[in-house]
Ligand binder design. Structure first.
Ligand SMILES: Cc1ncc(C[n+]2csc(CCOP(=O)(O)OP(=O)(O)O)c2C)c(N)n1
Ligand code: SF4
Ligand SMILES: [Mg+2]
Length: 301
């Protein structure tokens, strides 16, 4: 038996808590909040070195509930705000929380450039397939035929697939998880934070108020877990009937294939830790004694 005593953690879950969340009962945002606090504790992040940045939406309220720095920004503009933070303070841990409307409608342009610049952050897309805060308009991920006040005859376009979008834009880390898969969510956050660059994490998120049919969280037979030693392990506790698919996240073309697959997949689709990112460009310039003026122009060298 080992005589070594466990070293107490400096920061406990209490150190990351602030305010009382204001969401509807049963909202998946609560689980995301808890999972992200757990991730910060697992990683023992000093709250003074963490910044949460959001746009507008129910999901946009998240930064209020962490005892860290935070910016509840402008609708669709979380990425440029976060980029400013990273430019000024590359030493900080930056998280972005965005909704399906915030990230894929009004903020779609910024998503293109955020992923392309591959600056260091964890981008969390809370996908409830609806505009929650503004009371139920169709979003780019709303299910075809779903009736909303903005499309009362039923949403007529097929939904955008956020995983394909992120892969198509050249994302260096692309994963998907669900708010109700607590173990999988935490492991996904840990993997995303360990990745140098723009870590895109899609989260299937429950909205019992306006889109209760979006995700069938009570059953697990409709999805698969992607499994690999360089990915995230399946969460069989919360997804006992899900199938398991072996997938090496360095295989980009397979990642596209799994992104199209029905049943859909949760796990790490793609990961390349060698993709050039802001931090490396900055360091290379400093090593050469250059002034880091036009940092992002060379990110994709
Ligand atoms: C410039 C601007 N346009 C529109 C709005 C209104 N608005 C606020 S949140 C939102 C959509 C929220 O949906 P989503 O991003 O999916 O977040 P959720 O509430 O579902 O988490 C809209 C259209 C706004 N606040 N600012
Ligand atoms: S409207 Fe939906 S997303 Fe917003 S707080 Fe309520 S349940 Fe959550
Ligand atoms: Mg939404």
């Amino acid at each position: 038996m080992s005589s070594e005593k466990a070293v107490p953690k400096k920061f406990s879950i209490k150190d990351y808590k602030a305010d009382s969340p204001r969401w509807c009962s049963g909202c998946g945002d609560f689980s995301v909040l808890v999972g992200m606090r757990k991730h910060m504790m697992d990683a023992q992040l000093d709250p003074a070195n963490v910044v949460h940045v959001s746009g507008i939406g129910c999901s946009g309220r998240l930064p209020h509930y962490f005892n860290t720095y935070g910016i509840h920004g402008v609708h669709g503009r979380a990425i440029p705000i976060a980029l400013g933070v990273v430019l000024a303070r590359p030493d900080l841990n930056v998280f972005i929380e965005s909704g399906d409307g915030d990230a894929l409608s009004i903020g779609g342009n910024h998503l293109i450039h955020g992923i392309n610049k591959n600056f260091n952050c964890v981008f969390v897309l809370l996908d409830n397939q609806i505009y929650g805060l503004t009371k139920s308009q169709s979003s780019p991920t709303t299910q075809t035929g779903f009736r909303t006040p903005s499309q009362p005859e039923g949403t007529f376009m097929d939904p955008i697939n956020p995983i394909q979008v992120a892969l198509g834009l050249g994302g260096s880390f692309v994963a998907s998880t669900a708010d109700w898969l607590s173990g999988h969510f935490l492991e996904t956050m840990n993997a995303a934070a360990a990745h140098p660059g723009f870590s895109f994490v899609h989260v299937a998120q429950r909205c019992p108020k306006y889109n209760p049919e979006a995700w069938d969280y009570k059953s697990s037979s409709w999805y698969s877990f992607l499994n690999h030693e360089n990915g995230v392990a399946p969460d069989q506790k919360f997804g006992p009937d899900a199938t398991i698919v072996d997938h090496d996240p360095s295989d980009r073309s397979k990642a596209f294939e799994y992104a199209q697959r029905v049943p859909r997949c949760f796990g790490v689709f793609y990961k390349d830790d060698t993709t050039t990112c802001y931090a490396k460009v900055l360091q290379d310039k400093k090593n050469k004694g250059e002034q880091p003026t036009d940092l992002f122009a060379k990110v994709r060298l």
